[in-house]
Design a binder for this molecule. Structure first.
Ligand SMILES: [Zn+2]
Length: 86
C-alpha cells in the first residue's frame, strides 16, 4: 500500500508523478486532477471569455465572463457557469 500525500488515501495501483515537482508519487486520482488543463477562449462576437477544461480526451466549458481574458476573472468564475453582470 502507498499513501497519497495529497488526498491521504491509500492505494495499491501504480503511482502517478506530481506535475508540481515531477518526483512526488501521488495516487492516480490526484494525477488525473493535476492533468486537467485550464485555458480561456475569447469570443469577439459576444465579447465573452469562456473558461475551458481539458481532460485527456474531454473538453468542457466550466465558466465564462464578459470581456477580454483576464487571469483573475478566470480564477473567480472557474466552475461557475452562471455569471452576474450589469
Ligand atoms: Zn491522492
Amino acid at each position: 500500500m502507498r499513501l497519497c500525500p495529497i488526498c491521504g488515501k491509500e492505494y495499491d495501483s501504480y503511482p502517478a508523478l506530481s506535475r508540481k515537482d515531477n518526483r512526488t508519487e501521488i495516487c492516480p486520482d490526484c494525477g488525473n486532477r493535476e492533468a486537467v488543463e485550464v485555458y480561456t477562449l475569447y469570443s469577439k462576437e459576444g465579447d465573452i471569455t469562456f473558461i475551458m477544461e481539458d481532460k485527456k480526451n474531454m473538453t468542457s466549458v466550466v465558466g465564462f465572463y464578459y470581456g477580454d481574458p483576464d487571469e483573475e476573472a478566470t480564477k473567480i468564475f472557474r466552475g461557475k457557469l452562471t455569471a452576474e453582470f450589469e
